[in-house]
Design a protein around this ligand. Structure first.
Ligand code: NAD
Ligand code: TDX
Length: 348
């Protein structure tokens, strides 16, 4: 069972596992279909793999619904992606983050503990973020032993969920693995996040809001590389262990936005200067972490994973995908995918 499989990374993960690995089983996508969850992200997969891909709408905070679905399919592995994921939204309304990210993870852990008892041929993989480690200065990297120091309601809620997962390993012997990853980018990314937001604003000729001085640094990883990392941990990782995942690819926000201007200009056959002039510095995000950088040597050395996608090419693919999928963008931003959902999934 994949929780949050209709979101950005979860959908890319399901696509990756069904199309690019030797997995032969069935995937249950358990998703509440919030504003960020869109079954259209996997419409082609639903058509191609009718016997191996199932969508079950449900809330991870609902113990009965979770238990029913786990029981119905006799789930033996959970990849837990479902979360409220946007830092700005967590600042505006932290309650939903506490509910989904902490209570939801707790509800899932209780449900699998009850279903699996002492089974060891099962796995709960928890997907988390580098933001739990806090903010770095110019030097240094987050390792798996960096003390937690979350600064936003989002990262605090993810930190709490990480601790619950560890506690269930140590206290109850639940078979768990965890991964903490840096910023992802790629297709199906909800256009509230920096990269897709900028691409769509460029397309419409709107100004590009850069928070603060634009010198905050993020490490970027192509989403399919993250999917591969999670699959690698799930199939080769050591129970109870955490693996940091990153792109070894740090960028200041302003420089990244400038590169996006250039790539989008090339894709649209327009002069880059026209786009660069749209950049505006806007008031900073409260508690804005200055720099994230991941040391991913553990997963590289112990499990043989490494980031594959070269950033320039990954960005070009991403720009091309957004420009080629205006209908997806329109559905997502207008909320029309809800109608699409009623049309396509009313029978389930
Ligand atoms: P997203 O916001 O695109 O998708 C979240 C999905 O979870 C949606 O499909 C939504 O409908 C579903 N969901 C939300 N609340 C739910 C609930 N109560 N019950 C069931 N489903 C629910 O998020 P994303 O960017 O794909 O992130 C997925 C996971 O990866 C999150 O746990 C996030 O913390 C983590 N992560 C994200 C990034 C990143 O760069 N986006 C980086 C590292 C880790
Ligand atoms: O309009 C913007 N202008 C801007 O300067 C937006 C939306 C963002 N930013 C900055 C803030 C960050 O420094 O760009 C950077 C990236 O912002 P987001 O895309 O909102 O991502 P971030 O806050 O870094 O968190 C993301 O990566 C880690 C995901 O949303 C999290 O779910 C993940 O855990």
């Amino acid at each position: 069972m994949v929780t949050g499989g209709a979101g950005f990374i979860g959908a890319n993960f399901i696509r990756y596992v069904l199309t690019k690995t030797d997995f032969t089983g069935r995937i249950i996508n358990f998703d509440k279909l919030t504003y960020a969850g869109n079954p259209e992200n996997l419409a082609d997969i639903a058509d191609q793999y009718p016997a191996r891909y199932v969508l079950e709408q449900g809330d991870i905070c609902d113990p009965k619904r979770v238990a029913d679905v786990l029981q119905k399919y006799q789930v033996d592995a959970v990849a837990h992606f479902a979360a409220e994921s946007h830092v700005d939204r967590s600042i505006l309304g932290p309650g939903e983050f506490v509910r989904t990210n902490i209570e939801g993870t707790f509800t899932l852990l209780e449900a699998v503990r009850d279903l699996w008892k002492d089974r060891k041929d099962v796995l709960f993989h928890h997907v988390s973020t580098d933001e739990v480690y806090g903010s770095l200065g110019q030097e240094g990297y987050f390792t798996e032993t960096t003390p937690y120091d979350p600064r936003s309601p989002y990262s605090a809620s993810k930190a709490a969920s990480d601790h619950l997962v560890s506690a269930y390993f140590h206290t109850y012997g639940l078979a768990v693995t965890k991964s903490n990853c840096s910023n992802n980018y790629g297709p199906y990314h909800f256009p509230e996040k920096l990269i897709p937001l900028m691409i769509l604003k460029l397309q419409k000729g709107e100004t590009l809001p850069v928070y603060g001085d634009g010198k905050n640094i993020r490490d970027w990883l192509y989403v399919e590389d993250h999917a591969e990392a999670i699959w690698t941990v799930m199939t080769k990782g050591v129970l109870g262990e955490t693996y940091n995942v990153g792109g070894e690819n740090e960028w200041e926000n302003l420089k990244l936005v400038q590169v996006l201007c250039e790539k989008t200009a090339v894709a649209l056959g327009r002069p880059a200067q026209e786009f660069l002039s749209l950049i505006r510095f806007v008031p900073d995000r409260p508690g804005h972490d200055r720099r994230y950088a991941i040391d991913c040597s553990k997963i590289k050395k112990e499990l043989g994973w490494k980031p594959r996608t070269e950033f320039s090419q990954g960005l070009e693919k991403t720009v091309a995908w957004y420009l080629a999928n205006p209908e997806w963008v329109q559905n997502v931003v207008s909320g029309a995918y809800k109608t699409w959902l009623e049309r396509n999934y009313s029978a389930r």
